[in-house]
Design a protein around this ligand. Sequence first.
Ligand code: PLP
Length: 375
Amino acid sequence: MDAAFRAQFPVLETCVYLNSNSTGAVPRGVQDVLAGYWETLRTWRDDVWGGWHEGLDRYADGVAAFIGAPAGSVVTDANLSTLLVRVASCFDYRAPRDRVVTTDLEFPTVPFIWNAFRRHGAQPVVVGTGGPRIDQDALEEQIDERTLLVCVTHASFTSGATVDLARLVKHAHSVGAKVVVDAFQSVGIMPLDVTALGVDFLLGGAHKWMCGAGTAFLYVRPDLLPDLTPTATGWQAGDRALTFQPSNGFADGAQRFAGGTPYPLTSLISQVGLDLLAGVGIETIRSHSLRCTQRVIDRAEAAGIPVVSPVGPERGGVVCLDIPDGEAFKYRLAARNMICSWRGYLRIGPHVFNTLDEIDEFMDVLEQEWQGLRG
Ligand SMILES: Cc1ncc(COP(=O)(O)O)c(C=O)c1O
């Protein structure tokens, strides 16, 4: 990416930022949004809500377009957990089809929510991977006529290992199960076409690879929508919400997965990053990401540092390294302005605004610290 594009991300002036899998860089255009928001609050009139609803819809529809979905099939809320609970609340968990198949590589909110839904009859089945990779055969073996939902991460938050979604959806649908994808670690860095894939539900959020902040989103397969009535809900999901009269039923489209009064600021902020990424295009983003992560892999392997992530083209946007006492190691890198994260492994997450020179600078420092560690 050229200097003008990089200049959109002020954090890049302060460090080598390879942390998009944790908290993404936010573009400077957000400053104007914040200033505008304050101006709105300072000169408040209630009819501001009209524009705010337009902003919320614009972001939701923008996300939809970005993931290959039609307008009206995406709804936003504060976080992925809230939206996943709304999805979970649509179903009756009755034997023989009461199982929810997940893996042991899920972000902690996934097992937490499905365990909570045991009270409603859900039977979570956790497929053990015994390591950082997802064993797709083992996963699919567990998906049968007893499976109501398959709820899996597209790309693991600890290793970047990915699931083949096309294959998974095909198998799940063949036995009558629906697929819920946690795409927080892939949307914005890997191509996703929910329509082509046929996924039933897909969740993600703005504050990592999407260069936004504070909002999450849910896509629902449009033909399923009319029959889905979440019990975890709120008045904005109703068909007469904005009349302030009691609703008769649920709104059309993904709006039926809304909750209470929405919070527009985070959609307005996140629109800036979405526009930048959409302008670049996801195929360009992905090929740059693969170049950057390949450089990390090559340099780590040459230095003898164990690479945990898949090294083939099926990897996600992050490269994870197995470094002893990795959290302290991360802080040593940070003290030298090399920013990444640690979740059991050191996670290095370059985005489209990073350069190969930055990767080399980062890996030079990492290798020095690694040598220091080994005495
Ligand atoms: C794979 C994955 N899912 C979900 C989340 C977050 O979920 P929530 O928005 O509910 O905090 C994260 C990270 O924050 C994640 O990496």
